[in-house]
Structures are given as C-alpha cells and as structure tokens.
Design a protein around this ligand. Structure first.
Ligand code: SAM
Length: 269
C-alpha cells in the first residue's frame, strides 16, 4: 500500500459513519451507505461546469461538491446545517485538496445579499426532510442567476405511498388515474421507514408543480422505485404566480387581478 493510500485509510477511519462513497486516493473509497455512483448517473450533473458557480445544498460528506469541482466549476459553495466535522466532509475535503467553501447554515437562510447568485444548484436528498419544502424552493430561486439550473432529488410517492401499517403501494395499483395528479403524502412521525426526519413524498407531477410554483421550468424528470428527481431552469416569477399565494387576500377571486387598493409591498427575501 502506498503512503497516500495508508494516510487516506487512516483518515477515513476517524469518521464512524459515511453517507457518500468517495474515491479520496487512487483506489481508496469512503465506506458510504449510499450508492453514490448510481445517484450521480441519475441526477444528470452537467459534464462540463467550467467557470460555473455551484451551490450544493445538504452537501453531507461532499461527494457532489467535489465532483462539481472536478468538472471545472469556478466556485463551489457546500451548505449543510451539520458542521463539516460532524460528517466526513472535512476529512474528504482535506484528502482531495478541495477549495470549496463550506457554510454551516440552514437552506432557509439563503439570500442573494449573503450568498450572491449561482448557475447550478444541487438540492439532492434534502427536500423531503424539510418542514417547509416550498419555502426552501423560494429561497433557492432567490439565489439563482437568470437561466440557472436546479437539480432536485427526493423520496417520491408514485411507487411509495405508505399505508397505516407501513406497507408501500404503487399509485397505479390503487387507481390508474392517480399518477397524473399532483399528490403529496405527509409522513408525520416515523411513517417512512421509521425515519422521523422524512416528512414528504411528492408525486412526479407534484414535484413539477412545486418547481413551477417557485419559478423553475422542469426540463426532465426521472424515477427509480421510491426515489426520483428533476432538472429545472430558473425563470422569472410571474407577478400572479403561485408564490404570491401568501398574499391571496390582495387578489380578486373573480378576475385574478391585483386589487389596487390592497397592492402588497414586494415580498422580502
Ligand atoms: C440525506 S442527506 C443528502 C446528502 C447529499 N445531498 C446526497 O444526496 O447524497 C441530507 C443532508 O441535508 C442536510 N439538511 C437537512 N436539512 C437541512 C436544512 N434545513 N438546511 C441545510 N441542510 C439540511 C442534512 O444535514 C444532510 O447532510
């Protein structure tokens, strides 16, 4: 074994639990519980990120952060509400000589004033954990440059509706029309695989609706059993779009017009 490989193995052993499988030295991989190579194929990360500013939300051990750097990104910001030394991020970043900026922060705290704008946003394996998934998408839109692309990956409903005994059902097996509807299952407590951090399962159509409502035009979607995702482009917010729903009292229910007398102040970030 080379010195580099021995050093990498020793560093890997300092972290008890790895989520990502990362090659941190030639032929030396972190023992991630996730099939990270498969996920990389599924999410369609652009092959060339030359000069792009990339945000990796929920970066965890950093596989996608480091992959974005490897694909030429000009700058990568890794954001996670766990500090980098609670996960494998610090160890892997050091072994790989990563120059990414790590920010320990909540996705809801994203603002253009603090973070600037990004060309590509990775939002993988996070949205179904959040109490406020739509607020997170709004915050992400706020930090997207015009035409930016967001890659979302999530637990999904279409093949994984959970019943009160914890069994999974395909929507089609319940009713062939259900997959065409924007359905979201709320999973309180430990309904999903005994995991209290998992709260939502959107159907593919609902995920597209969530994205459109937040100002993203879906370009492609994919599904693999209980998981799936979408790639979407940032578009300008329509003045009467779904994001204005919190201000519904300012609209005429009949015409959809803004009521001049109650015109709202611009929404703050
Ligand atoms: C299941 S892991 C996904 C890791 C990686 N993105 C992937 O798909 O392989 C979810 C990550 O999101 C982070 N996370 C959860 N809620 C968050 C929040 N509100 N703001 C920022 N990060 C969050 C967790 O700490 C965790 O590292």
């Amino acid at each position: 074994m080379t010195n580099e490989a021995a050093h990498a193995r020793e560093a890997i052993a300092r972290q008890d639990k790895w989520h990502h499988t990362i090659e941190v030295a030639p032929g030396v991989f972190t023992p991630g519980m996730q099939d990270t190579a498969r996920l990389l194929q599924q999410v369609s990360l652009p092959a060339d990120l030359t000069g792009k500013r990339v945000l990796d939300i929920g970066a965890r051990d950093g596989f996608f952060t480091f992959e974005a750097e490897r694909r030429g990104a000009g700058e990568v910001v890794a954001l996670d509400n766990e500090p980098p030394d609670h996960t494998g991020f610090s160890i892997a970043a050091e072994l790989l000589g990563s120059k990414a900026t790590y920010v320990t922060e909540n996705v809801y705290a994203l603002t253009p004033e603090r973070f600037g704008s990004f060309d590509v946003v990775l939002f993988l394996g996070v949205i179904y954990h959040l109490r406020h998934p739509l607020l997170a998408l709004d915050r992400i839109h706020d930090v997207c440059a015009p035409g930016a692309r967001v890659l979302v990956e999530t637990h999904m409903l279409d093949e994984g509706l959970v019943d009160d005994e914890g069994n999974f059902h395909k929507l089609t097996s319940l009713n062939p029309h259900l997959p065409g509807l924007p359905l979201v299952q709320y999973l309180p407590g430990r309904m999903l695989g005994n995991d209290f951090t998992s709260q939502w399962a959107p159907s593919r159509v609902a995920l597209e609706g969530w994205l459109r409502g937040a100002g993203f035009e879906p370009e492609s979607t994919w599904q693999d059993a209980f998981r799936g995702g979408a790639t979407a482009r940032r578009v300008d917010l329509a003045p009467t779009g779904e994001r204005a729903v919190d201000e519904a009292s300012a609209w005429s229910m009949d015409t959809g017009e803004v009521l001049a007398a109650t015109k709202m102040a611009p929404r703050s970030a």
